[in-house]
Write a protein that binds this ligand. Structure first.
Ligand code: SME
Length: 167
């Protein structure tokens, strides 16, 4: 029963351990990526209460012929920047490298894009289909040092689950 998501408690790893199977069953059978991303953003926000949880997806650039850029997708939290260039900010850097980035203090990350002045730490995990980056999961916290290797591990598992079910 999905309502039980509000009862997920315990340490960080225990919460992820409980959340991931619920997310799997929530999105299994649905192939529409937007629908799945929307529910994943809601489930993660509800479980952890993070400041901002959402996705940026690789899409054609606004300017014709300018290649691709990240465009804001489903999210939970305050209004955010809509477009992020390749290699720009934490999100664009994760896209470029194809690797997750944990930022303990956004002021220490050169080129960090401040969609909100309240954001103090951040984790960004690419959504990958093989080596191809489809988009990124971005989570922001109002405290420094919120995210660590535990978040990286479980959020990478979460993104792998998402990519199993919709493109
Ligand atoms: N801080 C991000 C931008 C997105 S917002 O945090 C929602 C970045 O540097 O890429």
């Amino acid at each position: 029963m999905w309502n039980s998501i509000t009862d997920i408690q315990g340490g960080k790893a225990a919460r992820y351990e409980a959340l991931l199977p619920q997310i799997r069953s929530l999105i299994a059978g649905e192939t529409d990526m937007t629908a799945n991303l929307a529910n994943v953003a809601a489930a993660v926000k509800e479980t952890f209460g993070f400041f901002w949880v959402g996705f940026y997806m690789v899409r054609p650039a606004l300017e014709p012929g300018a290649g691709e850029e990240l465009v804001l997708g489903p999210f939970q939290g305050p209004v955010a920047c809509t477009r992020i260039g390749f290699g720009r900010g934490v999100c664009g850097s994760a896209w470029k490298s194809g690797r997750s980035i944990v930022v303990e203090d956004v002021e220490e990350f050169p080129g960090h894009i401040a969609c909100s002045s309240l954001s103090r730490s951040e984790v960004v995990v690419p959504l990958k289909d093989g080596d191809n980056v489809l988009g990124v999961l971005d989570i922001d916290s109002t405290e420094t040092g919120t995210f660590d290797e535990v978040d990286r591990k479980y959020l990478e598992m979460l993104c792998a689950i998402i990519c199993e079910f919709g493109k």
